[in-house]
Design a protein around this ligand. Sequence first.
Ligand SMILES: [Zn+2]
Length: 178
Amino acid sequence: MNERAAQYVLDKRDRIEWVNDAWRQFAEANGAPSLADGVIGTELWRYVAGPETQAIYRTLFDRAREGREIRVPYRCDSPTMIRDFELTVSRVGDAGLRCETRVVEERSRPPIVLLDAAAPRADGLIHMCGWCKRVKLQDWVDAEDAVNVLGLFTGGPVPQITHGICPECMERVLAAMG
Ligand SMILES: [Zn+2]
């Protein structure tokens, strides 16, 4: 168990039962201080964007409740940081789950308006993979490249984002589930 890793515990109905200090600090540092104290007792699904992503999490959780420890890499970027994380899910007690998110690597980059929750949104809709944060244009491309292609550096309208999963991540997640 890593003390710096953000951890939370879910009860058998996926309600957040407990979070550690590292989790609180992460929420505060990432512009969601209101989350830090209000999450206890709420359902995790409120914070997981997109039905596909939710479905995958549910499958991971089912596996973990069967007693398998699940480890999956994923990305959780902010507008100015690329962050590689690893999520570990293991069963606690009867049917509870302990989730631990560990930072594997962090590196900064110029701000990406696409990921700025405060940026005003146009009507257009683009599909983003909730796991690697790539964006589907013709192919799946990094958010940086999408910003270029969509002309967002030059003031083009920022499309709204829907979250899903790209084929590569689907394969990776399925592999992690065994
Ligand atoms: Zn992906």
